[in-house]
Design a protein around this ligand. Structure first.
Ligand code: CA
Length: 511
């Protein structure tokens, strides 16, 4: 009889534990690749309709000022997993010899403390195999659009039949169906779309052919007073490859690209792109017409590839609805970074200019976020890991460098002090696009960038007055006080985030 209070106490504790477990939401992150904010209708794009991404924003929150810390594929994924800048998580660029150190602390390992079941399915790109997930099924490196290989646990590469975006959804739904329903899940769906070379699913070939795409206002940028911009190799005009990117008489033997199409797909591609080759022949000797044609072809293939991405996001949302999971599942849609859709004459990313610094970010969680919430504060991809941990009711380790987004949500936002400036550092040079390494600071009004290495330079933009970042103000005397103030703030951020390499560059300049 004396044991009864102890027994009841244990029962209470157990009940509390079960309650806490039940209150922990499922967390689903759909992480696409190179998907530009400028092409998403929730962000006001007129280029395309993205009804399913828009649905997440409508039923939850849209973050209008969402950025990355290093605008390139693999490093962005490492930031998501670790909540740390590239110089601390070790993955600064995409080079194949640089492998992510999976033994370090990562969000999925921390979630295990609350018994989350975790999985990463799709594009991974970190060279080393995932660690700390209960399940993974990943594309090797960039992966392929058709008949893609996947690496299965523990390390078995198998080729599958089908289109990559559809397969990634199939495998994600399969895992969700098979999981142990007694504990919450953390799933990252890693999309290959909309990465180069933008190969649409058969049903989406020509989806945008009836639409005209006017050139962006700064398409013919002369890069005046911007050395790094002048020396890049990522223009639609000169860098895009005729056969693979623009698909003019594509090589159907080309390993990894068109060589992967099955007979039926090959026929559909041949038929569609034969017409494109004729269009090319009609403009190829007129440089003005040709560049405009290249731009239109790029947008049409990119947006058609994104159409399948959005449709598959819809499939996942429907699955959550039909299983009753939607209510207690946090859904985040984001990309590893933004992309140029002809601004400055470019495709690709890397630069700290707005189009590639930005990334889409929408989030739904019915239990917390009021439908139609708009967040204008500046967020960065460093914030994802601490947000996931707070949503899972877990402590956020002190060495994570971002801030949880939870205080920005809810009916009455709790946030008092939020970042007024963000820090960025890009490294990969020279290949593949000859974008000089640089670091910098962005505030709500200004952006100050320090390029180093081959094109040593400073750039300052007033992004409120000059949102397309065409006028470098760094040499203008009247901006000296502003530059001094921003340089001081930049140094403060570099010290805060412990970027010793950037600090040395600043110190060297001072001396
Ligand atoms: Ca990317």
């Amino acid at each position: 009889m004396k044991k009864k209070p102890v027994f009841l106490g244990l029962l209470c504790l157990l009940a509390v534990a079960v309650q806490a477990q039940q209150n922990r939401p499922n967390i689903l992150i759909i992480l696409s690749d190179d998907h530009a904010q400028q092409t998403i209708s929730a962000y006001g794009s007129k280029l395309a309709q993205t009804p399913n991404i828009d649905r997440i924003a409508k039923e939850g929150a849209i973050f209008n000022n969402s950025f990355v810390t290093n605008s390139i594929c693999a490093p962005s994924r490492a930031v998501l997993l670790t909540g740390k800048y590239s110089h601390l998580n070790g993955l600064k660029d995409n080079s194949a010899q640089r492998r992510f150190d999976g033994s370090q602390q990562q969000v999925q390992k921390l979630l295990a403390a609350a018994h989350y079941q975790s999985a990463w399915i799709g594009k991974w790109h970190l060279q080393s195999l995932p660690q700390g997930f209960d399940f993974w099924k990943i594309l090797p490196d960039q992966g392929n659009y058709f008949q893609p290989d996947f690496i299965n646990m523990p390390n078995d590469t198998v080729r599958y039949k089908g289109y990559v975006t559809n397969l990634i959804s199939d495998y994600s739904i399969n895992w969700l169906n098979k999981r142990d329903v007694s504990s919450p899940f953390f799933l990252v769906i890693g999309e290959k779309a909309t990465h180069r070379n933008w190969m649409p699913d058969i049903q989406d070939l020509g989806a945008y052919d009836d639409q005209d795409f006017p050139l962006p206002a700064n398409f013919y940028d002369a890069y005046t007073n911007r050395k790094a911009a002048a020396n890049q190799d990522m223009t639609i005009d000169k860098t895009m490859v005729l056969k693979s990117d623009l698909k003019v008489r594509p090589d159907f033997q080309e390993k990894g690209l068109f060589g992967r199409l099955n007979a039926e797909e090959k026929q559909a591609y041949q038929q569609y792109y034969e017409k494109i080759a004729k269009e090319y022949d009609a403009v190829k000797n007129d440089s003005v017409k040709l560049v405009k044609w290249k731009y239109e072809r790029y947008l049409k293939d990119y947006l058609a590839t994104a159409k399948s991405l959005d449709r598959n996001i819809g499939r996942i949302l429907k699955y959550l609805d039909s299983t009753g999971l939607a209510k207690n599942t946090v859904v985040i849609y984001t990309s590893d970074q933004g992309f140029y859709m002809g601004e400055h004459g470019w495709f690709d990313k890397r630069f700290m200019y707005e189009e590639s610094l930005r990334t889409p970010f929408v989030m739904r969680y019915p239990g917390m976020i009021k439908p139609g919430t708009v967040v204008n504060k500046m967020i960065v991809n460093l914030d994802i890991a601490p947000s996931v941990l707070e949503l899972a009711k877990l402590p956020v380790p002190a060495d994570l460098q971002g801030s949880s987004l939870v205080p920005l949500l809810g009916k009455a936002p709790l946030v008092k002090a939020w970042r007024r400036s963000l820090y960025y550092h890009y490294y990969e040079y020279p290949e593949p696009h000859r974008v000089a390494p640089h670091f910098g600071i962005r505030t709500e009004q200004y952006k100050l960038i320090r390029f180093y290495g081959p094109h040593d330079d400073w750039e300052l933009f007033d992004i409120k007055k000059d949102p397309h970042e065409m006028v470098n103000l760094s040499k203008q005397k009247e901006y000296k006080p502003q530059i001094d103030k921003l340089t001081k703030e930049l140094r403060g951020l570099i010290e805060k985030y412990k970027d010793t390499e950037a600090l040395q560059i600043l110190d060297h300049e001072k001396n």
